[in-house]
Design a protein around this ligand. Structure first.
Ligand code: CAA
Length: 279
């Protein structure tokens, strides 16, 4: 398998029919900067191109799956005087729109079966990517998904305008998005979002990741794996058009908010702990 550049927060490896991507920065709860999301997209492309890969498995480490966009990265993008932009629109097209639309598109069109090992909560853009996965396993009942767009002066992104109503029902999506309410384990289970809870205590992400992989190995034994990809393509065809359409609409709507500056004010309050999410 040809390699690509390295990233200190994200590792990857191929193991038989599985392409494993792992977030490995537990100290900041696996928050990701724009470049990291781009890297995730590049890894998905790598998995797409590898004929030996049938399943792309997302794993993480520590107590969170990922706490979403890194507020330090956002402050850096705002204060970066080394790049001169013609306008605020131009700045946020580079720092928000381009990377967001790219990684979302990589998840929407991914041709391999996307499996998420949810070791803990996921927030924001990372939670949006979890909602684009085909199968989700949870480590225990402490997991939740939070889409804090209303608390951060943003709008739905990462395809959540389509994926959340699809997976939870439109009214449940409204209730959680409008009032910045986490999708807790009970909702994730009742809706069928989580296929299996591995019921492991919290500080055991590595054991959980290994257990999921062992179970997957035994599940795929004897299967004709091209059938899995054929079915993925057919199942994907149900919603791919609306996801593609919304990917573009979401970033164009969000752009106005970035240019106006409200998300920056709110991210900076989050960074200085003046603002908190209600969990
Ligand atoms: N960016 C950068 N650092 C982060 C982070 C983030 N998103 N989330 C957590 N961290 C860091 C904290 O600063 C802290 O670092 P220090 O130990 O150096 O202080 C460390 O991770 C642990 O975090 P907390 O002490 O805050 O842990 P907690 O358990 O008390 O709270 C939390 C956890 C509720 C997730 C809280 O950290 C939090 O609210 N984080 C922000 C989540 C967020 O809003 N992310 C952005 C989502 S929006 C998005 O993703 C859309 C987009 O594209 C712009």
């Amino acid at each position: 398998m040809p390699g690509i550049r390295k990233n200190e927060k994200i590792r990857y490896r191929a193991a038989g029919p599985f392409f494993i991507i792992q977030l490995v920065k537990p100290e900041n709860l696996n928050a990701l900067e724009g470049e990291d999301y781009i890297y995730l997209g590049e890894l998905l492309e790598l998995a797409d191109k590898d004929p030996n890969v049938y399943f792309t498995v997302l794993q993480s480490s520590g107590r969170f799956f990922s706490s979403g966009a890194d507020f330090k990265g956002i402050a850096k993008a705002q204060g970066d005087s080394s790049v001169e932009y013609a306008s605020e629109t131009s700045k946020w097209l580079s720092n928000f729109v381009a990377r967001n639309v790219y990684v979302t598109d990589a998840f929407i069109k991914h041709s391999k079966v996307l499996i998420c090992c949810l070791n803990g909560p996921a927030i924001g853009m990372s939670a949006a990517l979890v909602a684009l996965c085909d199968i989700v396993y949870s480590m225990n009942d402490k997991v939740y998904l939070l889409y804090p767009f209303a608390n951060l002066g943003l709008v739905t992104e990462g395809g959540t305008t389509v994926s959340l109503p699809l997976k939870f029902g439109i009214n449940t999506a409204y209730e959680h998005l409008m009032f910045n309410k986490p999708f807790k384990y009970d909702t994730l289970c009742e809706s069928g979002f989580i296929s299996k809870n591995f019921n492991m205590p919290s500080p055991s992400s590595e054991t959980f990741n290994t257990a999921v992989l062992d179970e997957l190995r035994s599940k795929v034994e004897g299967l004709y794996l091209p059938s899995c990809l054929g079915m993925k393509k057919l199942l994907q065809s149900n919603h791919i058009d609306s996801l593609n359409k919304i990917n573009s609409m979401e970033v164009n709507e969000s752009l106005k908010y970035w240019v106006d500056g409200e998300p920056l004010r709110r991210f900076s309050q989050l960074g200085s702990k003046q603002r908190k999410h209600r969990l």
